[in-house]
Design a protein. Structure first.
Ligand code: PEP
Length: 266
């Protein structure tokens, strides 16, 4: 994809707080973030707290361009699913986004391609924007299987959708070996997979859908690597775990600067 198609995609930086922060901590974080980064120009910011801090973040972001997201949801609209939360509940709680298929959900909670596919369908049907995560494990990368794994995950998660149905869906490429490890993919490694994902979208849907799809990178994003990652032609933002827990580091990531955009060879 060309650099010019990148200009049409609004960069998105999302904070994945995982199982961290109680409501007062969440509210304090948002106050500090507001002071550090507003007004936002040319970028979108999404905060994904735990379910119990959704309301605190919803209140704290009122009147700002920040958006609220959840970290997971159940695919059924309602029913006897103790401990689960549905898409309509998330919408009512003020969410616009939901992270789906995160590698921790796949690894620790047994989420499969088919299951993630059902969740993506339910989220889109309800009007939530999925941040659909894919990524290879270290042994898969070392065995030269990265692209096969990514192809299976993208095709599995998006199987059965039309271009129109996937709507504003966002994909996050998160190599599992880079999540929470301090090992970031190099900008070139990330760009290679992002360009590959965009090509899969061309095959599954069409070139214009691929050109408008936002693909985030995730995996040990830090203030000192965000600028180089964002300079890549097919990297449209970041899904940030550890470095999103501290307002100063997340503010620096949100304030990424791209001086010399790289032109993709794909
Ligand atoms: C994540 O969990 O989505 C993530 C990218 O985590 P970290 O930034 O800590 O690697």
């Amino acid at each position: 994809m060309s650099e010019s198609s990148k200009q049409t995609r609004t960069p998105l930086i999302a904070a994945n707080w995982k199982m961290h922060k109680i409501p007062p901590e969440a509210a304090d974080f948002v106050s500090a973030l507001k002071a550090a980064v507003l007004p936002l120009e040319g970028r979108e910011v999404v905060i994904c707290p735990s379910f119990t801090s959704l309301e605190a973040v919803r209140q704290a972001i009122q009147g700002t361009p920040f958006r609220l997201g959840a970290q997971n949801m159940h695919e059924q609209a309602s029913g006897a699913f103790t401990g689960e939360v549905s898409a309509s509940m998330l919408l009512a709680a003020g969410c616009r986004y939901v992270i789906l298929g995160h590698s921790e959900r796949r690894q620790f909670f047994g989420e499969t391609h088919e299951w993630v596919n059902r969740k993506v369908r339910a989220a889109l049907a309800a009007g939530l924007i999925p941040i659909f995560c894919v990524g290879e494990k270290l042994p898969e990368r070392e065995a030269g299987q990265t692209m096969n794994v990514i192809r299976q995950q993208v095709r599995g998660g998006l199987q059965g959708f039309s271009s129109k149905e996937i709507g504003p869906l966002v994909i996050a490429y998160e190599p599992v070996w880079a999540i929470g490890t301090g090992k970031t993919a190099t900008p070139a490694q990330a760009q290679e997979v992002h360009a590959f994902i965009r090509q899969i979208i061309v095959e599954l849907f069409d070139a214009s859908r691929a050109a408008s799809l936002r693909i985030l990178y995730g995996g040990s994003i830090k203030p000192d690597n965000i600028d180089d990652l964002m300079a890549q032609a097919d990297i449209d933002g970041g899904l940030v775990g550890g470095a999103s827990l501290e307002s100063a580091s997340f503010a620096r990531i949100v304030s990424f600067q791209v001086s010399t955009p790289h032109v993709s060879t794909s």
